[in-house]
Write a protein that binds this ligand. Structure first.
Ligand SMILES: CC(C)(COP(=O)(O)OP(=O)(O)OC[C@H]1O[C@@H](n2cnc3c(N)ncnc32)[C@H](O)[C@@H]1OP(=O)(O)O)[C@@H](O)C(=O)NCCC(=O)NCCS
Length: 169
């Protein structure tokens, strides 16, 4: 049975056996970059107390992961009432079964409950049609107002920016 779990702090993350190795497999991280992923994940919770990670698990296997960032962890930049979804990925053999959709829904539910005034947003490569369709199905719309796109490293030549539009609004 697949279960969906929110990791709210570093302790909960490190309690997951071989978490960084398992996530590196989902991300296809090259061995020489493993130290950067490890450093990044170990510091993920230090940038903002609300940051969290959602995983999908089957037995001891991690199948899918997404990060919800209240402060952009790479340079500690404040995002003004925005929560950024980053690092969404599912193990290749487990794709197209609705796992990432449920990971995202779990995280979105937590943000709406804990910090309802925050906008949930993300950047996605223009050619990543699978991911864009998935986000649209879940209620994300493409950001038209370029002034609202003030994220670091966001490149509008290659990426589109989307935000979650609450259902029923
Ligand atoms: C994008 C990505 C995370 C999607 O993960 P996933 O677990 O396959 O996602 P889902 O299964 O929830 O949704 C994918 C598709 O499966 C469909 N699906 C959902 N539930 C399903 C089910 N029970 N059975 C079959 N298909 C299903 C979805 O409708 C969706 O199809 P669509 O794109 O045509 O709408 C995955 O392809 C991936 O890891 N890609 C590489 C990393 C990446 O690009 N990440 C996004 C960065 S912004």
């Amino acid at each position: 049975m697949i279960t969906f779990k929110i990791l709210k702090n570093e302790n909960q993350m490190l309690k997951e056996k071989d978490f960084i190795i398992k996530v590196s497999k989902i991300y296809n991280t090259k061995p020489e970059y493993l130290c950067y992923l490890s450093y990044f994940l170990e510091n993920f919770y230090k940038t903002h107390k609300n940051n969290f990670i959602v995983i999908a698990k089957e037995n001891d296997n991690i199948l899918s992961v997404a990060r919800f960032e209240y402060k952009y962890s790479i340079d500690n930049l404040d995002m003004k009432n925005k929560v950024l979804i980053t690092g969404l990925a599912t193990l290749e053999d487990f794709r197209n079964r609705g796992i990432a959709s449920k990971v995202l829904q779990k995280g979105i539910g937590k943000v709406l409950k804990d910090t309802p005034s925050f906008q949930i947003c993300l950047g996605v490569n223009k050619d990543n049609v699978n991911a864009i369709n998935l986000y649209k199905k879940l209620g994300f719309i493409i950001e038209e107002n370029e002034q609202d796109i003030d994220l670091p490293y966001f490149n509008k030549n290659f990426q589109i920016f989307m935000h979650y539009e609450k259902q029923g609004n």
